[in-house]
Design a protein around this ligand. Sequence first.
Ligand code: GDP
Length: 525
Amino acid sequence: MANQLVEEVKSRRTFAIISHPDAGKTTLTEKLLLFGGAIRDAGTVKGKKTGKFATSDWMEIEKQRGISVTSSVMQFQYNDFRINILDTPGHQDFSEDTYRTLMAVDSAVMIIDSAKGIEEQTLKLFKVCRMRGIPIFTFINKLDRQGREPLELLEEIEEVLDIETYPMNWPIGMGKEFYGIYDRHYHRIELFRTDLEHRFLTLDQNGEVMEDHPIKQTSLYSQALEEVLLLDEAGDEFSVEKLNEGKMTPVFFGSALTAFGVQTFLDTYLQFAPPPQPRNSDQGEIDPASKGFSGFIFKIQANMNPAHRDRIAFLRICSGEFERGMSVTLSRTGKQFKLTQSTQFLADDRSTVNRAVSGDIIGIYDTGTYQIGDTIAEGKKIIQYEKLPQFTPELFAKVTAKNVMKQKSFHKGIHQLVQEGAVQLFKTYRMEDYILGAVGQLQFDVFVHRMKNEYNSDVIMESMGSKIARWLDSEEVDEGLSSQRSLLVKDRFDNPVFLFENEFALRWFTDKNPSVPLKDPMEIQ
Ligand code: GDP
């Protein structure tokens, strides 16, 4: 039995795809699901585009936006692997949840549009992965279109992200003249636009195509050979150790839309991506294959059914195996209860899960029991996994109750929603005005909606726009430093925070006040 668990855990690969909107995350996800046989037709992942998920079950905001709850986690089988892909919502749905999801994965796949290079959202998500030191695999997409020079893209990744790159394969041409990829890992050429039988050409010891093939006469082939030679001689050597520490990213080229290079990517990814790793807790490191179920909650999706006000808490299993109906303890409260209503997520439906192991994600019905970061463990065991970091909010708004007579429900609502991690709360020093902070606008929309629906409190949100928040590495602060452009506020634990109007205001402040210890935004808590 114990051996079976070890094997099962080893087969798990749990990852998220990080990218800027439109780089091809949905398209790649669909192609991966197709290989796994989890969906029959591509185009079922994003409800927005097909309307397939336009059922009545979601909260109003989600309906308006057409976000599919069921696509939050996708699980499928591919060869001997059980794969969990966690969605990282982008566009207007970018929120703290997007970051928190990255706390629950063991590796990440970064998609880059070959015409655009590193974009803003990719950079933000990359930084969170970097902070965790997890392996990051890069897929440079849309090679069927004219894009930037591959060497230039590699340079940009290395410079902007400060990570070594190792191209697993190399494109032969691009756009209209895209012939395929030179696969350094499998030592073959994979041809674009050809029938499957002749998809691969083998390479000889010199790294050249063995058989007589027209591609050999082309200048793009010669150019690719030269570039690969250059990479062999002058590039970094592939290092699994560096990959595991997040210091080197293997780079793949392909075209998600035409499913080109996707299977090769998946096969290589599965070979090198780590299975679930031990996690730190207050009881020391916990081995994923150790007996005794435990896991932590990284996301709470509220009000999927407005009639029932229910929520789903997303739990990442970190050890042992989950069985429906099992008895567990919530370490924060010490309360013991049974996990009866649990859900597993697939691309096309939600289904009840009876059993899952480390690496898997399950959804648990929540009637207000859980908070983000909570640990639950089997039986009477009390374990607390490492606290989830608090992410730096970027958008701020003043909030007040519309009806001054209803202060009680206003305060109750705010404090509960803040505790749940829906938004962050700040207060000004003198007046104690409430300011809310969020990573994305969606968090504010959800907040307003839930205040009204769950706490019967209409709120007025007065946008303060985007700010750069910097916590202080000290409890002492001179209130005189507060100004319109560098507003001093307190977080909910009374820690001082400056909200800077922009980069310029931040720089001006640090130049003027070099002794004020501002913390690095990635080192909060
Ligand atoms: P997401 O916002 O990252 O999920 O991006 P999507 O997967 O929705 O893709 C954005 C757009 O790029 C869509 O119109 C896709 O059809 C297109 N696209 C995605 N992958 C490719 C590709 O490999 N080649 C080309 N030409 N277009 C692509």
